[in-house]
Design a protein around this ligand. Structure first.
Ligand code: ADP
Ligand code: MG
Length: 387
């Protein structure tokens, strides 16, 4: 239905029929936070929520962009004039993808795009990656480039890093491009090797909930960059390429070593989070492989405590969502995404999910917070052509 609307609005805005509609999902990261900027392991799954891009190729070197989220204005750009910084606001995401494809030598000569999205923007569910990957897939389809999904994801990440100017890791775009229906994606962010691990919550009598706190995440204020830089300093001090190379068994020794280096002691909390979080991803993978989805819960909650206390990227609303959910009997809960707002993911028994949702919304009301959006999710499919 939404796909039909995307095509209809495309015609109304651009005055001609689109050639097709391409879609890419937002994502929830089940476990493995801030490990992607340390060459480590992550485990995202795709949301059922999609960003759709209706598109038509142009031969005149022009890019004409329209989004239902910014009705009215069509943003126009000349392909040859696109350089990082040339496009501001939302248009930088699709324009950046177009730029990244051209930079990589692909002959894309222009396009008309119309964008519709069900992925809440700025909620830590990666609406930005969904937009980039859907755009990349649309251009790939329009121009018959035949690029593999990981390559499309890499170009989408390059758009966000170099064109939009957000220093994100590789997880979001790979999740949006490569996830498979009914699976979580175990991704090694160093070599990008991937494994699809089945997870069907309903088959286990379980439910996955997302709590969108509706608190805007502000990763641009330097906190994200400072954590990244701290991790890099710690890796240098420990003589490893990245913190991923510190084995879990060597964590106490690494912390002791850092404590003995002037000025490096305070990096210990970052190291402890990253090294333990990598281990949690491995543990969750082993549990899911063994068919024991229920036992994943406590690892999620432990991951949240580490992000809250050691890595210090949570916020009162996320902490409240996790405390209220687990207090009401959820098996586990954690913030997901970069933090400072955004969303939490909760694993609960199906029978307890209603009580958990009520407890979370009740706790937010009692604390005077804006009402959160709580919704059930199951791992969905990655990017694809939908019309
Ligand atoms: P997140 O990826 O967690 O949703 P980001 O801040 O990384 O948050 O990306 C959100 C931004 O992406 C929005 O502010 C907007 O610029 C852009 N965006 C996302 N979805 C759309 C859309 N449907 N139309 C236009 N811009 C969008
Ligand atoms: Mg984003």
């Amino acid at each position: 239905m939404s796909t039909g609307r995307a095509a209809r609005v495309f015609r109304a805005v651009h005055g001609t029929a689109c050639e097709g509609v391409w879609a890419a999902p937002g994502r929830v990261n089940l476990i493995g936070e801030y490990t992607d900027v340390n060459d480590g392991f992550v485990m995202p799954f795709a949301l059922p929520h999609l960003t759709r891009v209706a598109a038509r190729a142009r031969t005149d070197g022009r890019l004409r962009l329209h989004s239902a989220a910014a009705p009215g204005a069509v943003v126009e750009a000349a392909a040859a004039e696109l350089v990082p910084g040339a496009a501001a606001g939302w248009a930088a995401y699709p324009a950046g993808v177009f730029w990244a494809l051209r930079e990589a030598g692909h002959a894309v000569t222009g396009a008309d795009l119309h964008i519709e999205s069900e992925v809440p923007a700025g909620a830590g569910l990666s609406s930005s990656a969904a937009l980039e990957v859907a755009t990349a897939l649309a251009l790939d389809g329009l121009y018959g480039l035949g690029l593999a999904r990981p390559e499309l994801a890499r170009l989408a990440q390059r758009a966000e890093n170099a064109f939009v100017g957000v220093p994100c890791g590789a997880m979001d775009q790979i999740a949006s491009a490569c996830c498979a229906d009914g699976h979580v994606l175990r991704l090694d962010t160093r070599d990008l090797s991937r494994r699809q691990i089945p997870l069907d919550p309903a088959a286990h009598g379980l439910r996955l909930l997302v709590v969108d706190t509706r608190v805007g995440h502000q990763v641009g204020d330097g906190a994200y960059a400072r954590r990244r830089a701290g991790c890099e300093s710690a890796a240098r001090a420990l003589g490893v390429r990245a913190l991923r190379d510190v084995p879990y068994a060597q964590l106490p020794a690494a912390l002791e070593e850092l404590a003995g280096i002037p000025g490096a002691g305070e990096l210990g909390v970052l190291v402890r989070h990253v090294v333990a979080e990598n281990r949690r991803v491995e543990d969750v993978a082993a549990l899911l492989d063994a068919g024991d989805a229920r036992a994943v819960g406590p690892l999620l909650t432990a991951g949240h405590a580490s992000l809250r206390d050691d890595f210090a990227v949570s916020c009162p609303e996320l902490d409240l969502a996790v405390a209220a959910a687990t207090g009401a009997g959820a098996l586990g809960a954690r913030m997901t995404g970069a933090g400072f707002g955004g969303s939490a993911v909760v694993l609960a028994e199906e029978a307890a999910a209603g009580a958990v949702e009520k407890a979370v919304t009740g706790a937010f009301a009692a604390a005077g917070h804006r009402a959160p959006h709580v919704f059930a999710v199951a791992p969905g499919a990655g990017a694809r052509r939908v019309a």
